[in-house]
Design a protein around this ligand. Structure first.
Ligand code: ATP
Length: 302
C-alpha cells in the first residue's frame, strides 16, 4: 500500500483574460497551497476502483469512472503501459466543489501514489504534463507552496514567499460549478462590453501581490487579494456577500471568494485573530475551518 497526501489551494489573486479556442480562459493566478489535505491510499488490484471517506460533505463525489482519481490512475497506466489496476481510498478534507481544488488534489495524490505503487518512475516533467491533462489546477497541487499560474493556470512558475499566512474558511452547504461561474462571467462581460478585459493583453499577477507574498505580510496581502470570479459567484449566490461582510466585521483583514467559490477565505493578521474569527463565525452557525499556508505539494507519506 502507498499513502500520499496533497493540499487544497487558495487563489490569492485570479485575473481572467480572454476565452481561448479550447473553451478555457487565459488566466493569471497566484496560488497558495493550504493545510487542508486529501489523503489517498493505493492498494494493488487487477482493476480500477475508488471509495471515499472524509470530514466534508461527500454526496456529490462520484465513485465510478468519472471520479478524477480513477481518471488519473487510468491515464498514468495508459502512458506507462502498466497492465494492472489499483484500489484507491480517498480521505477528503477539502470541501467538494468549493473552489479549493479538492478534486485536483485527489488527482495529484493519485498520480504520485500509483507511480510509487507501480514503480513506473515517471520523470517530474512528464508527471506535470499528465497532471495538466487532468485539470488546470492539478499541476499546482503536485508542486504546492506558492506559485504563479498562467495559460489555463497550469503553466507554473514558483513565487518567493516568506512566513505563514493564517486563513479562516467558511464552507457552504452547496457547491458551485466552476464552468458555470466562468459562463456567468462571460455573460456579464457580453452585457457590459466596456468592462471587457482587453483581449489582446495576457492577464498578469499584480506586482504588489508578489511583494506581499515575498514579505510574508498579511496586511499587505489583504490589500491586494483579488478574484475576477468573485462577482459572478456572488451573482449566482448572493448570500455569500453577507458572509464576507460578517467576517470583515469580526476582525478579518479581508475576505475573498476562493476560486470559483462558494468557499469564502478570510485572511487574518495572526493566529489569535484567526481563532477569534473562527469562534464568531461559528456562533453565527457557519461551518468554519482554519488553515495555514503555504504548505508543501503532494508527497508520499508511507
Ligand atoms: P476547482 O477549485 O479546482 O475548480 P473545486 O474544488 O471547486 O475545483 P472539486 O471538489 O474538485 O471542485 O469537484 C468538482 C466536481 O467534480 C464535483 O462536484 C464532482 O461532481 C466532481 N468530482 C469528480 N471526482 C471528484 C473527486 N475525487 N472529488 C471531488 N469531486 C469530484
Amino acid at each position: 500500500m502507498v499513502h500520499t497526501r496533497a493540499p487544497g489551494k487558495i487563489n490569492v489573486f485570479l485575473k481572467v483574460g480572454s476565452l481561448l479556442d479550447d473553451g478555457y480562459h487565459d488566466v493569471a493566478i497566484a496560488y497558495q497551497a493550504v493545510s487542508l489535505y486529501e489523503d489517498v491510499r493505493a492498494y494493488p488490484a487487477d482493476d480500477f476502483s475508488v471509495s471515499v471517506t472524509g470530514t466534508v460533505e461527500l454526496s456529490r463525489v462520484p465513485t465510478d469512472g468519472s471520479n478524477i482519481a480513477i481518471k488519473a490512475a487510468r491515464l498514468l497506466a495508459r502512458r506507462t503501459a502498466f497492465r494492472g489496476g489499483v484500489r484507491l481510498e480517498i480521505d477528503k478534507h477539502v470541501p467538494v466543489a468549493g473552489g479549493m481544488g479538492g478534486g485536483s488534489a485527489d488527482a495529484a495524490a493519485t498520480l504520485l501514489a500509483c507511480d510509487t505503487l507501480w514503480g513506473t518512475g515517471l520523470p517530474r516533467e512528464e508527471m506535470l504534463e499528465l497532471a495538466s491533462e487532468l485539470g488546470a489546477d492539478v499541476p499546482f497541487s503536485l508542486t504546492g507552496g506558492t506559485a504563479i499560474g498562467t495559460g489555463r493556470g497550469d503553466q507554473l512558475s514558483p513565487a518567493l514567499a516568506k512566513g505563514t499566512f493564517q486563513w479562516v474558511l467558511v464552507l457552504a452547504d452547496f457547491g458551485l460549478s466552476t464552468p458555470e461561474v466562468y459562463r456567468e462571467l462571460d455573460r456579464h462581460r457580453d452585457r457590459h462590453s466596456q468592462d471587457i478585459f482587453p483581449v489582446s493583453i495576457a492577464p498578469s499577477v499584480d506586482a504588489n501581490v508578489l511583494q506581499a507574498l515575498r514579505a510574508g505580510d498579511p496586511h499587505m496581502l489583504a490589500e491586494s487579494l483579488h478574484n475576477d470570479l468573485q462577482a459572478p459567484a456572488l451573482h449566482l449566490e448572493p448570500s455569500l456577500a453577507s458572509v464576507i461582510e460578517l467576517g470583515e466585521q469580526n476582525g478579518a483583514l479581508a475576505g475573498i471568494v476562493s476560486g470559483s467559490g462558494p468557499t469564502v477565505a478570510f485572511l487574518t493578521a495572526d493566529l489569535d485573530s484567526a481563532l477569534e474569527l473562527q469562534i464568531a463565525l461559528g456562533a453565527a452557525r457557519h461551518t468554519v475551518v482554519r488553515a495555514t499556508g503555504p504548505v508543501h505539494g503532494a508527497r508520499v507519506i508511507t
